[in-house]
Design a protein around this ligand. Sequence first.
Ligand SMILES: Cc1ncc(C[n+]2csc(CCOP(=O)(O)OP(=O)(O)O)c2C)c(N)n1
Length: 197
Amino acid sequence: MIKYEESIPLISELRGNAVAVYTMTQGGAWANVSSRPDLDVGISNGMSKASSLGLGIALGRPDRRVIVLDGDGSLLMNLGSLVTVAGQAPKNFLHFVFDNGMYAVTGGQPVPNMNRIDYRGMALAAGYRSAYEFEDLEDLAMELPRIMAEEGPALVNLKTAPEPAEQGVDQTWESNARMPRQMRNVMAALQSEPPQR
Ligand SMILES: Cc1ncc(C[n+]2csc(CCOP(=O)(O)OP(=O)(O)O)c2C)c(N)n1
């Protein structure tokens, strides 16, 4: 099992100028280490839509890599997005799934068919260009530089040690306002760095 505090810094170190769309438990860990918060969008109140938002950004800016930091419960709610992504085949799209087997932010309820779901296999069957699964940090650290440089769409499933939350979900007017603000920041950052022609 891989810990959030181990995998997130590895991904962050290699992100370069990629846009990052994150959701759920990994979002907190990402926000702590992110080197480009102006290129980050967190989704807390639109469960499951990280892959769909990431796809939209990837299609809008094909020159820019987009990494999605998805939850397993979230992806299960929007499994069709695997097929939509594969159909659009964005070369700049990299989809991480933090497979902790549970809905951690709501207290740790198991996802359906917990620990027996093959996200890697589902991504390949949907038509992703490549897909991987890691259970061991050293294997991840070895392969990640190559994976993060390769053409997408690619999915990386991370078997992650669960950290069920003790607090309730952050769903307030303030948390609702955060994502639109971040989207405007990302749009401004991308407009100030236009594609090289
Ligand atoms: C339609 C809908 N059902 C339920 C919820 C409540 N909910 C918010 S977050 C969450 C769990 C997210 O699980 P996962 O994506 O696996 O991330 P983790 O919490 O494990 O990091 C749930 C069930 C919701 N927001 N929307």
